[in-house]
Each structure stands twice: as structure tokens, then as C-alpha cells.
Design a protein around this ligand. Structure first.
Ligand SMILES: Nc1ncnc2c1ncn2[C@@H]1O[C@H](COP(=O)(O)OP(=O)(O)OP(=O)(O)O)[C@@H](O)[C@H]1O
Length: 657
């Protein structure tokens, strides 16, 4: 029997069991654990590191290679003026409140969300509508939570329920003072102590540091990789032969001093980001490859739906969303579709993926439109990728601050010929007459629009005209100082600041939600979990399992191992002294998609069996043929159903037990 029907939903998702697996198999663990650990810092162990590296490798192929992006690797430590200019020093902050008695710090929006969600759960309980968790050992935690909810069960009025739901749907849109108002109005206290909380205060999330021994050069650990793309814009543009659109990309560490990180990998203080900055003409945000993704259907939650207090998604093709103006332009749409395709490729369940548009207050200070790819998991919907149109904000502010032009100069196909009034100054006389004020006066004349300049020309023709500089000083000008004449001008270069579309990925959030989406237990073996990771990202692709550790197997194991290595397939040998079934089960926990078994028949006939993780189906064939097929499987050239047509089934039930 090659295929066994797989029922991945036989057991409800069991978070404690997944967490135990991830900890036991060292996917990741709290950093500095034997010193007591630090909230929001995690170390990845061998399978976690490989999984992340494989996700990154897929990301590089899917984005950088596919769209010829220019890759960067820039420094983390950043001089303070960069973030002063970008606005992060003033505005990269969250609102926090303190417990009025204990001083415990809580993030204001999270506090409101948790308390309101608990009240709505209590209401469900009081109305007898709450789902009852099963009472077996693994559900203990859930049961405890449900018992707590039962105790706190208070029936709300229909108006209260509607109001609470409206607040939850629009929570990201509340300012700090408005969150404080909510706490007072709805008597929201610290759930751990029942104490009142203080008024929300802003807390800047950047880690401050100083560069060099004098302490005179303040710096910050970057909270995003983006700024270095902007600062290197001129070099990137030159590298790209002066042409846009193009995109730069960078994978690297970022740091945020989160107020109270309590959600595992979902909210940490140090994390790996993958960011793309796509530079585009502000007057033409079409994308030359948009037609390739036009039909990709996305689940969209736009800002109008949220503003009406709802959270229902609309499924629509990205082509339609752009045509209807729901998504602002083709380039933004192209990236939303590409983000979707990437997430699904690495194993995210598309039914638990939606794109939510930011409400106007929620948007970062630099953004003009923003959509988040949110992935559903045991904590609710979590933003895993932000995709923002940052317009020309960053390039403009850095250019203004440094005096370095961050612009594109484009030769016009057809020169633009215009006629206009132009002022020409007698510079020598100007200097003699006005000294240090000369430049300010000339600037004031140059700032005139066409109509004002014509009026000024008229006054001058009368003998003299008065001008006021930006500083408010008045000066009298006479025709010997300047002439104003109508001239024909030919403009053959267009100079402009590009706009930036930025997809920004948090790899830890993707990795964790992927683990949740991949985890399940077999009907017949609840204790052991399976991680159904796609072969492309699984830490190990093929497990080599010799029937016994006997010497006679060694040459064959070496041969298979070396052939797989040559085919570019990462394998591991498990020759431990335990049953083959157990060895497979252990590797199902690590998400290893395929296994090959070498038994006595292999030694005699040069055959081996091939096992697939999810179905546990087994095939048999000559070693070289199996290697070719497993290589195709790992590379995604064929799927298991196709493999089953190429090799005979192997009734391995007795052999593997
Ligand atoms: N503290 C964090 N821990 C893990 N990943 C994070 C964290 N903050 C941001 N990210 C990741 O970086 C991506 C881009 O960052 P962005 O600034 O858009 O996040 P954000 O809107 O500040 O997130 P949040 O509102 O959840 O704090 C996010 O989509 C997320 O995947």
C-alpha cells in the first residue's frame, strides 16, 4: 500500500505539545537561559537555524533572483543623525502604561485588546456559547483559561458587545491619549493585579548606544534595514546605469526594545528582517510584470471595511483590486501578490493568510499606503510582512539634511520647450549694493511665480520695485541691478525624487507561524507530532536509515549519502540503536519529508525503500532510481502521487516496525 489516507485534523491544534517539541528538539530556546534569560531574546538551535536559512534561501530566489534586485549588506550600528532625519528619534515609539501600584509596564494597545477580548470571551461563556475544550492532559492549559473565563463570565449588553467589537476592529487607529481615554471609560485595569494604570506615555523603541571612546557620537542599533538602502541610493542608481525602476534588497538583523515581549518569536527584541526597497517613478507606478500576477486571488481587508467595525475579508484577484483602486497601484499590487506566492510556497496555509490595509492613523510616519500580510495563528492574526508605499519621504529628508542629491536625472525623449520670464542679475553691482543680503534678495526674486515676476517686471519698468526677503527684510531694486526678459527654454533632462515601495518581512514571525501551520499528530500516535514542512524549507530533506548498525551496511550508507550529496540533497544518517519506526517518528518531528531505508535486501539487490513523511507511504526500487526520484521530489519537480507512478509500492508495515 503506497498511500495511507492522511487526516491532519484528527486532533485539534495543541500549542503546549508543539512548544514542547520545539523546545525538546531545540528549534529555538530563550537566550542566556542559564543566566535566567532575557525577555524577547531567543537562540535558534540546529533545526531552527536550518529552517531559517532555507526560508532565506527561498526568499533570495523568489525575490532577489527573480527580479534582479541589488543586494546590500550594511551596518547595524547607525549614527544618530540618520534616525533624527528619518523621524525615528521623534516618532518610532509605542504607548506604554504602568500599573499604578506595582509599576509593571504594559503596552497600552495590547492591554486594551487583551482585556476587551477577555470580556467578550466572558460574555460568550455567560451566554453558554463558548466552546468546551476537551479535558485530556494536553488541554490542561486551555481548560484553565476556560475556567478563568467562566469565573469572570459577565453577560454584556448587545450594545456593549458591538462597541467592544468596533474597538477591536479599529484598535490600531487609536492614538495614545485615546487609549488612555478607553482605559478610563471602560475601567480597564492591569489584569494581573486589578490595579489601575497610568496615562499612556510614549516609549521610543530604539536601542541607544554611542560610537567610539569619547561618547560624543551617539548611535542606535537599527530598528529596520531600510535607511541604508536610501543612504546608498546614488551608488545603487549608478550601479543600475542611472535607470529606475529597480529594487535593492537586504537580509539582516534589526533591534527593537519592545515594551513587554511575551509572545515567543512573534515579538522579540532582536530579529532578522528581509527588506526590499523598490524605487519607482512617482508619475508611473505601473509594473512591467504585473500581468504575470494579475489573476492571483488575495483575501483583502481594506480600511473602509475596518472603519465600519467589520473584519470580513473579500477574495479578489490583485488585477481587480488595482483596477478598482482598492490597492493604490500596480507596483504595490505586484508585491502583494509576490508576497502571497512566497508565503504559500514556504508552507503558510493560504486560508489563514489575509492582507489588511492600514487605517490612516495607524500608518508609519513615512507611509502613504500600507498593507500587512497577516497570518492567523494561535494568538490571532499577526502581521508578518508589511508592504508600504513610502512615497519620496526618506530620499527627500536625507537629501535635504545632507545636501547630497538623491534624485534621478532622466534624459527626455522629446525636450520640453517653454517660454517664460527669467531674471538675470548684475552680480557685481548686487554685491556692492547689498553685501551679505545679495543671495537672499536674489532667492526672493527667483521664488516668484510667473504672474508675480511679471508684476515685478512692470514695477521695475516704472523705475524701482520693492522686494521682501524670506527673513522679512525690505529692499528697493532698480533696473540697473537686474533685467527680466521673456526667454525660450529647452529642458532636456527631467530631475525627480523616486517613490519607494517597501515590502518588509520579519523572518521569525514567518518561521513560527509556519511551524504552527505545519504541526499535527497522527490519529494513532497523539504523543508524537509531525511537522509537514515543504521539502524546500525542511531542515533535512532525506533521512538515511540503515536497518542495523552492522558493518556490512556501512559502504552502502556511504554510497547513498555521497550520491545524495552530489545531487545537492541534504541528508542525515540515523543509525541509532532503535526501531526504524521510532527513528522515522523522531524525524517526522523535525519535518524531514523523505526517508530511505537500507535493509539486507539492499545489500543483496542494490534496492532501497523510499518513505514519505505525511502519508507514511513506501515505494521500492533500485538505489540509483530512488535517488533520482527523491531528488526530483525535493526539488519540487514531481509530487508524491507522481513518484507512486514511477516506483512500485512497498508493503513496509512489517519491515519498519
Ligand atoms: N518585535 C518584533 N519581533 C519580531 N518581528 C517583528 C517585530 N517587529 C516587527 N517585526 C517584523 O518586521 C516586519 C516589518 O516591521 P514593521 O515596522 O512593519 O512592524 P510593526 O508594524 O512595527 O509591527 P507591530 O505592529 O507588530 O509591532 C513586521 O511585519 C514583522 O514581521
Amino acid at each position: 500500500m503506497a498511500n495511507i489516507q492522511v487526516n491532519k485534523t484528527a486532533h485539534p491544534f495543541d500549542k503546549p505539545r508543539l512548544e514542547a517539541l520545539l523546545n525538546r528538539r531545540f528549534f529555538y530556546a530563550p537566550a542566556y537561559e542559564i543566566y535566567g534569560g532575557v525577555a524577547g531574546l531567543y537562540d535558534y538551535g540546529p533545526p531552527g537555524s536550518s529552517l531559517q536559512a532555507n526560508i532565506i534561501s527561498e526568499w533570495r530566489k523568489h525575490f532577489i533572483i527573480e527580479d534582479h534586485m541589488l543586494e546590500l549588506d550594511t551596518t547595524i550600528m547607525t549614527p544618530a543623525p540618520v534616525f533624527e532625519t528619518s523621524g525615528h528619534v521623534a516618532r518610532f515609539a509605542d504607548w506604554m502604561v504602568k500599573d499604578a501600584k506595582t509599576g509593571d509596564v504594559l503596552r497600552a494597545d495590547h492591554l486594551v485588546k487583551n482585556v476587551i477580548e477577555a470580556r467578550l470571551a466572558g460574555d460568550q461563556e455567560a451566554r453558554g456559547l463558548a466552546t468546551q475544550p476537551k479535558s485530556d492532559e494536553a488541554d490542561k492549559k486551555k481548560k484553565k483559561k476556560a475556567d478563568k473565563a467562566k469565573k469572570a463570565a459577565v453577560k454584556l449588553s448587545d450594545e456593549e458587545v458591538a462597541e467592544y467589537e468596533r474597538i477591536l476592529a479599529t484598535l490600531d487607529n487609536f492614538s495614545g491619549p485615546e487609549l488612555g481615554e478607553l482605559c478610563r471609560k471602560y475601567k480597564i485595569t492591569n489584569p494581573d493585579t486589578d490595579n489601575e494604570v497610568t496615562e499612556p506615555q510614549e516609549f521610543n523603541l530604539m536601542f541607544a548606544s554611542s560610537i567610539g571612546p569619547t561618547g560624543q557620537h551617539p548611535g542606535y542599533l537599527r530598528p529596520e534595514t531600510a535607511q541604508s538602502h536610501f543612504l546608498n541610493f546614488s551608488r545603487l542608481l549608478e550601479f543600475n546605469n542611472g535607470r529606475i525602476p529597480f529594487a535593492s534588497a537586504q537580509i539582516g538583523r534589526s533591534f527593537r526594545n519592545e515594551i513587554s515581549p511575551r509572545a515567543g518569536l512573534l515579538r522579540v527584541r532582536e530579529f532578522t528582517m528581509a527588506e526590499i526597497e523598490h524605487f519607482v517613478d512617482p508619475d508611473d507606478k505601473r509594473h512591467e510584470k504585473f500581468h504575470e500576477v494579475r489573476d492571483v486571488a488575495l483575501r483583502l481587508l481594506d480600511r473602509d471595511v475596518q472603519a465600519s467595525g467589520r473584519t470580513d475579508v473579500t477574495s479578489m484577484s490583485i488585477g481587480e483590486a488595482v483596477d478598482k483602486g482598492i490597492v493604490a497601484n500596480e507596483t504595490l499590487g505586484y508585491f502583494l501578490a509576490r508576497i502571497y506566492l512566497f508565503l504559500v510556497k514556504v508552507g503558510i496555509n493560504p486560508d489563514r493568510l489575509r492582507f489588511r490595509q492600514h487605517m490612516s492613523n495607524e500608518m508609519a510616519h513615512y507611509a502613504t499606503d500600507c498593507w500587512d500580510a497577516e497570518i492567523h495563528n494561535s494568538t490571532g492574526w499577526t502581521e508578518c510582512v508589511g508592504c508600504a508605499d513610502r512615497a519620496a519621504y526618506d530620499l527627500t529628508v536625507h537629501s535635504k539634511k545632507t545636501g547630497h542629491p538623491l534624485v534621478v536625472r532622466e534624459a527626455l525623449k522629446e525636450p520640453i520647450v517653454t517660454e517664460k520670464e527669467v531674471a538675470e542679475f548684475n552680480k557685481k553691482l548686487f554685491g556692492k549694493t547689498f553685501g551679505r543680503d545679495s543671495a537672499a534678495i536674489q532667492n526672493a526674486v527667483n521664488d516668484f511665480d510667473e504672474a508675480a515676476l511679471l508684476r515685478f517686471k512692470g514695477e521695475l519698468a516704472q523705475g524701482a520695485a520693492t522686494i521682501t526677503t524670506a527673513e522679512g527684510k525690505e529692499f528697493k531694486l532698480t533696473p540697473d541691478l537686474l533685467t527680466i526678459e521673456r526667454k525660450t527654454l529647452k529642458q532636456s533632462i527631467r530631475e525627480f525624487t523616486p517613490n519607494v515601495i517597501e515590502p518588509s518581512f520579519g523572518l521569525g514571525r514567518i518561521l513560527y507561524t509556519l511551524l504552527e501551520h505545519s504541526f499535527w499528530s497522527r490519529e494513532q500516535d497523539v504523543e508524537r507530532g509531525v511537522l509537514s514542512l515543504p521539502a524546500a524549507v525542511a531542515p533535512t530533506k532525506v533521512l538515511i536509515v540503515p536497518l542495523s548498525a552492522k558493518e556490512e551496511f556501512a559502504p552502502l550508507v556511504r554510497e547513498v549519502s555521497s550520491k545524495l550529496r552530489k545531487a545537492g540533497v541534504f541528508s542525515r544518517v540515523d543509525d541509532s540503536n532503535t526501531s526504524i519506526g521510532k527513528r522515522y517518528a523522531r524525524n517526522d518531528e523535525l519535518g524531514t519529508p523523505f526517508g530511505v531505508t537500507l535493509d539486507f535486501a539492499s545489500v543483496a539487490n542494490k534496492t532501497m525503500t523510499l518513505r514519505e513523511r505525511d502519508t507514511t507511504g513506501q515505494l521500492i526500487g533500485p538505489i540509483d532510481e530512488v535517488i533520482a526520484i527523491v531528488t526530483d521530489l525535493v526539488q519540487g519537480n514531481i509530487d508524491w502521487a507522481e513518484a507512486c507512478k514511477k516506483l512500485p509500492a512497498y508493503d513496509g508495515v512489517q519491515a519498519i516496525d
